[in-house]
Every structure is written in C-alpha cells, then in structure tokens.
Design a protein. Structure first.
Ligand code: DWN
Length: 411
C-alpha cells in the first residue's frame, strides 16, 4: 500500500513554458509523494499522462550545460572501456549527447519526444520516437537483436510502470550484456532536503533498496552502484545484469554499503519521510520569508536557471513576480516565455544578467560550483545568491553546494 508523506500542492507541467495566450488553459495536478510500504519505492500519488510531459514541445536539452556534456562524454568513454559493447541501445536519448560517442551502425535509440528523435535520426542514429515499453523492446529485438550495453540517463524514474520497464530491458539485454541507468538519488535528496527533485517528470525517486525489491520480480540484478555527487545534485549510476550472467562481476561490498547507508537513515521506514516532510515545510517558510524580507528592502531579485526543479519551488512556496522579476536561462526554447504555474518571465542571460541585479535565486543549484565561479564579479560587487539546498541560505562566495555544507570552491 502506498502511504502519502508530503503534499506539494497544485503544480503545473514542470517543463511547459508558456506564451501569454496559453495561460488560461494551463494544466495543473496535485503533486503528492508517497512510500510504497511493500517495495519501499517513493512515487507520486497522482501522476501526469506521459504524453503531456514528453512530446514534440519538450524543451530540455541534456547537452545544455558544459557540466553535462563532459559528464556524458566521460561516461561513454568509461562504459566503452569497461564493456567494449558491440550493440548499444540508449533509452531516452534526448539530443544525442551520449550516443554520439558510439558507432552509428551498431547503436539504436528510443526517444518519445519526436522533436529530439528527429535530431538523433538526422545524426544517423536510428531512433524510435516511442515510449519505452515491452512492445518497443520487442520491435528492437526483432530489428536489431539483443543489446550488449543498454543505457538510460534520467529516464527510468520518469516511467510510470517501472516493473514493466525493467522487464522490457530484460527482453532485449544480451546474456553477457549490462544495463546502466542514472537517476537522481533519493538518499542525496533526503540529506540535502532538495525536495525540488519532486516534479511531474520524476514519477519515482529511487533508493537502491527499492530498486532491489522491484528487480526481484525480474531475472535482472544490480551488480554495482556509483554515487555521483556532482551530477543533478546527487545521482546514482546503477549497473544491472541478467542473474545468470557470470561474465560481469557483482560488487557485493559496494552494493551493501549503499543499502546499509539507506537503512541507517531509516529510508525503509515511514518515520524518515514524516521527518522529511517537516523539513520541507520549514524550508518553504524560511525561503519565502527570506525572499520577502529582501524584496522589502527593494532589492532587484531574479532567478538563475529556469529549471524543472525551480518550478516545484516557486509553485509550492508561492514565489511569483511579486518577488522574482524574471528568470535568466541559456535555453532558447525557454526564453521569451513564462515559467510554468507562477508565470515569471524567462529571458536570455545577455538580456537579464544586468548590473542592477542584487540577488539571484539559484534555480540551477546543481551547477552552483560552475555558476558561482563564473559570477565572481557579481559576488565581488556585493551581489549574492539565494539557495534552499541544503538549507535556506545566502551565498556570497564561489560555492559548491553538492559538495555539501557550502564549502568554498578551491581556487
Ligand atoms: O530529469 C531531468 C533532469 C535530468 O533535467 C529532466 N526531467 C529535466 C531536467 O531537470 P532540470 O530542468 O532541473 O535540469 P537542469 O540540468 O538542472 O537545468 C538547468 C537549466 O539551467 C537549463 O535550462 C539551463 C540553465 N542554465 C543556465 O541558464 N545557465 C544552467 C547553467 C549551468 C547556466 O550557467
């Protein structure tokens, strides 16, 4: 049975940036998170139709930041070295930032957002603009055979029927193949109170404990876990293989260490989530009060990065244009639009990052090391950033938030 632990209120589609004439019919849903007491999986109590989130109007580019381009580059290199796969499949290939490192003739992709599937098809990678499910895996099996490396980044936690998604992987994974997927870590979000990882696209937020429980219903098993602090505010890269695959080794110590850490934090008990809910409600209060008091001093406040994460924050904390003048973002498809729900204008960096900006909310806090380093001059002339991770705070020096405790970025 799934038990609700936090209600984040009425929320819009996190990546649906709007024109003035689209505001009236904007779609909203109730974002509530619950714990399944059998599998210990944390998921939304009420979900949004997949095609309402992922379609030809999707705007998020995985290659949109230097940090992520470098990440997918080094990940591709490492997986190639570790597994030297013949046949490669990527699930959720977005704009091809990962698959571009593999051979076009032996690599296929699945991407339901047809505007992005068009990009990778034009790059020469056969891309199925479909959702990942058993039928799609069957089609790939028939047309391309079993796959030696299957990769999915920030995709599995977007899929409602996660058990079927794994069975579909099992269907097309070769006997000695490996499935590698990356998604935000619930444990990292819990420790940093980064509750903005809860938004429509993130139907689930995974612990390794919950993934283990779900995979028990398949012939797949986890054989390794990388905990990557600097990516998306804390990401798990999970390695999975068929149970009878003896070619790929299983790192029991590594897996048991993560499971033990999750247990230590009681992430397999409702009490931890009730505690988290209190932290979230307090964070909301502190953030609103801080921003409102800064605004009372007539300081020009903007937001840095029109992230999906900040959609949750602004709508849950009721932060609108009465506090934030606009959001600066480098993504052309978001510029000139209004942010989901709170309708804060999104402008280009060139247009919005002006001398009179005094404070900026770190919507893209997961890149705080890069952003605060880049904006040293802004900090040097008395400007400041506002963050809610790991607690509501003012940032006045180059800082790396994912490093924890706002440690200064080494020169
Ligand atoms: O799961 C998902 C994660 C992987 O990415 C997707 N469902 C949606 C998306 O979530 P997000 O929007 O929170 O992702 P990011 O990568 O934190 O978004 C960064 C945004 O900030 C982009 O719109 C680009 C912008 N940005 C900027 O304007 N200036 C980023 C940096 C670093 C900058 O300097």
């Amino acid at each position: 049975m799934k038990k609700e632990f936090i209600d984040l209120g009425k929320q819009p589609i996190a990546n649906r940036f709007l024109n003035e004439d689209e505001l009236e019919n904007e779609f909203f849903y109730n974002l509530k998170m619950g714990l399944d007491e059998e599998t210990l999986l944390v998921s939304q109590m009420e979900t949004v139709e997949a095609s309402d989130m992922f379609n030809e109007n999707y705007v998020y580019h995985s290659s949109g930041t230097e940090t992520m381009r470098n990440h997918f580059n080094s990940t591709a290199e490492r997986l190639n070295l570790l597994f030297s796969p013949d046949r490669v499949l990527e699930i959720g290939s977005n704009d091809g930032v990962f698959i571009k490192h593999f051979n076009k003739d032996t690599t296929v992709a699945v991407e339901p957002c047809s505007n992005f599937a068009k990009i990778t098809n034009e790059m020469g990678y056969q891309t199925y603009d479909e959702f990942w499910n058993y039928d799609t895996s069957d089609k790939i099996l028939k047309e391309h055979g079993k796959q030696d490396l299957i990769y999915a980044a920030n995709c599995m936690c977007h899929i409602h029927d996660i058990e079927q998604a794994f069975l579909s992987v099992e269907n097309v994974l070769s006997d000695n193949g490996v499935f590698v997927f990356e998604d935000p870590s619930l444990m990292a979000a819990y420790l940093r109170n980064s509750y903005d990882q809860f938004y429509d696209e993130h139907v689930h937020l995974f612990t390794i404990t919950a993934l283990n429980n779900i995979l028990k219903k398949t012939n797949l098993e986890i054989c390794g876990v990388d905990q990557i602090n600097h990516i998306h505010g804390g990401t798990n890269r999970v390695f999975v293989k068929l149970k009878n695959n003896k070619k790929v080794s299983k790192d029991e110590n590594n897996i048991n260490t993560v499971l033990a850490d999750e247990e230590l934090l009681d992430l397999n008990k409702m009490i931890a989530y009730e505690f988290w809910a209190e932290n979230i409600q307090n964070s909301k209060m502190f953030l609103y009060d801080l921003l409102a008091s800064l605004k009372k001093r007539d300081l020009k406040l903007v937001s840095y990065g029109a992230t999906s994460k900040s959609t949750t924050i602004f709508n849950y904390c009721n932060i609108g244009t009465d506090i934030i003048d606009y959001i600066v973002d480098t993504t052309p498809a978001k510029q000139g639009k209004l942010s989901p729900g709170m309708h804060i204008p999104v402008v280009s960096y060139e247009e919005g990052w002006t001398e009179d900006v005094r404070g900026a909310f770190l919507g893209a806090w997961n890149y705080s090391d890069f952003i605060t380093e880049k904006e040293k001059a802004f900090l040097g002339r008395g400007g400041f950033f506002i963050t809610h991770v790991p607690e509501v705070d003012i940032v006045t020096k180059p800082t790396c938030i994912p490093c924890g405790a706002n440690k200064e970025v080494e020169e």
